[in-house]
Design a protein around this ligand. Structure first.
Ligand SMILES: Nc1nc2c([nH]c(=O)n2[C@H]2C[C@H](O)[C@@H](COP(=O)(O)OP(=O)(O)OP(=O)(O)O)O2)c(=O)[nH]1
Length: 252
């Protein structure tokens, strides 16, 4: 099979990048069918038609500190045998695939960035001190009593890191310095009246620069070690982030 790989960074949360990519479809004249879909992480289409015996197009969506990295692989086999077939792959088909993917990825990046403006983003801070991380128990609402990372919604026009610093100031009365991006998970519920499942929680490792955390909005604040994380009654959406937090505590 002849194969080409493409990566592009989309300034949008995982869910938005995935959903917009899905709506845009694939830039091929060949008939492809979806054979796998794991929203918002990956999908795969297969098919063929015309000169193409088979075509496979897979996409993976990776969260990063700068947005979603979309990693796409296009593979195909044409029906022309031997040297002529290989020549066709290396010239005409390759050129066509490169041009179509470039246009497609530019469109995806622009459309996802626009769509992201309408989706409320949630940021969380994994504040670490020595071998412990600060966790907070939600005081009210449908998630009352569950544990979470301090943080909250990014306001319109605000950057994600500015929101992280502001939320920690408001909720804990501390000044923090964000250190590194830890991970992103989809939030299944409705956030701030938006579409269910559209928002994500993006968690950053942070250090407290000044102040001692004071409990302004939560029922309880607790400093916990890596081996105590699992046993807490977390908001279910947060659980996939715990391995990254444990790994961080292990390497500091
Ligand atoms: N802060 C935080 N929110 C989380 C986590 N996990 C999770 O599902 N959420 C959800 C709960 C809420 O629907 C949303 C965050 O909203 P929030 O109410 O804390 O935001 P906020 O501080 O901006 O609140 P407000 O000013 O609108 O009252 O994200 C988490 O670990 N930390």
């Amino acid at each position: 099979m002849f194969q080409l790989r493409f990566t592009t960074l989309v300034e949008a949360p995982l869910t938005v990048a995935f959903d917009v990519a899905r709506v845009l479809g694939r830039p091929w004249p060949w008939a492809l069918t979806e054979v796998a879909s794991d929203r918002p992480h990956a999908d795969e289409h297969r098919g063929g038609g015309g000169l193409m015996a088979q075509v496979r197009h897979t996409r993976h969506f990776h969260p990063t500190g700068a947005g979603t990295l979309v990693d796409e692989q296009v593979e195909w086999d044409n029906r022309v045998p031997g040297v002529l077939g290989r020549l066709l792959d290396q010239t005409v088909v390759r050129r066509h695939v490169l041009a179509a993917m470039q246009a497609h990825l530019d469109l995806l990046a622009a459309a996802a960035q626009r769509r992201a403006e309408d989706v409320v983003q949630v940021v969380g801070a994994a504040l670490v001190d020595g071998d412990r991380v600060l966790v907070a128990q939600r005081g009210g609402g449908s998630l009352a009593g569950l544990w979470e990372f301090p943080g909250g919604k990014v306001e319109p026009g605000e950057s994600e890191l500015a929101a992280l610093v502001r939320e920690c100031r408001e909720e804990l009365a501390v000044e923090i310095a964000p250190q590194a991006f830890l991970g992103e998970v989809p939030l299944p519920g409705v956030v701030a009246g938006g579409e269910p499942g559209a928002s994500t929680l993006r968690v950053w490792w942070g250090r407290i620069e000044s102040g001692d955390p004071v409990d302004h909005e939560h029922t309880e604040l607790r400093w916990v070690r890596a081996d105590e994380l699992e046993a807490l009654d977390w908001i279910p959406a947060d659980r996939p982030l715990l391995p990254a937090v444990r790994a961080l505590l292990a390497r500091l």
